[in-house]
Design a protein around this ligand. Structure first.
Ligand SMILES: C[S@@+](CC[C@H](N)C(=O)[O-])C[C@H]1O[C@@H](n2cnc3c(N)ncnc32)[C@H](O)[C@@H]1O
Length: 175
């Protein structure tokens, strides 16, 4: 019985310690994700959506249903395993065990989805701007349940806001 206690403690620790790196696990509702990916930012097969803190991968699978490629970065290994299992038949979905603060987005990223805590929103905005500058292209950001203090959203639907990030640095010519 003691090993069961250790397993439970490990699970509680894995879920609990995440708060030092970002938001704890709370999944977005499928109905609202669909609304965000159709009414707020109409996703299509030319898109690559990145979910920073992808939980069980529900956003990734909804994005895939609309024909987009979707990649999720998730710090909790239990949730990464659950995502792998739930998305195993979906070729559009990739899930990586990674800390999104330390992970570069793929070059063809068009839209980023985030469901985070107010505490982190400004830091997330800086992170997205850094990646936008690095990639030298526009990146759209869908924020669920929060706002970025010093930026005006271009559209909102329900609890979602859409922001546009533009590259502030010219792309260096290849030599
Ligand atoms: C509020 S949940 C959102 C889950 C999913 N995006 C959704 O909307 O259903 C936040 C997720 O971010 C993950 N997370 C928190 N900090 C992280 C970090 N630094 N890197 C990667 N994932 C992180 C948590 O483990 C949790 O699963």
């Amino acid at each position: 019985m003691i090993w069961l206690g250790f397993i439970l403690l490990a699970v509680v620790l894995v879920f609990g310690l995440v708060v030092f790196r970002g938001a704890p696990y709370v999944p977005s509702s499928k109905k609202y994700i669909h609304q965000a990916l159709t009414e707020l930012y109409p996703l299509n097969s030319t898109d690559l959506l990145v979910d920073i803190g992808s939980g069980d991968g529900v956003v990734l699978r909804q994005a895939s249903k609309l024909g987009a490629q979707a990649i999720g970065y998730e710090i909790n290994p239990i949730l990464v395993y659950i995502s792998y299992f739930l998305s195993r038949k979906d070729k559009n979905v990739t899930v990586k065990l990674a800390d999104f603060w330390m992970t570069n987005f793929p070059p063809n990223t068009t839209v980023v989805y985030v469901f985070s805590v107010t505490r982190d929103m400004d830091k997330i905005a800086k992170r997205i701007q850094t990646e936008t500058d690095r990639l030298g292209k526009k990146i759209n950001l869908i924020v669920y349940g929060g706002q970025i203090k010093d930026m005006k959203s271009i559209k909102s639907v329900g609890a979602y806001c859409l922001y546009e990030f533009h590259s502030l640095q010219p792309v260096k010519p290849q030599v």
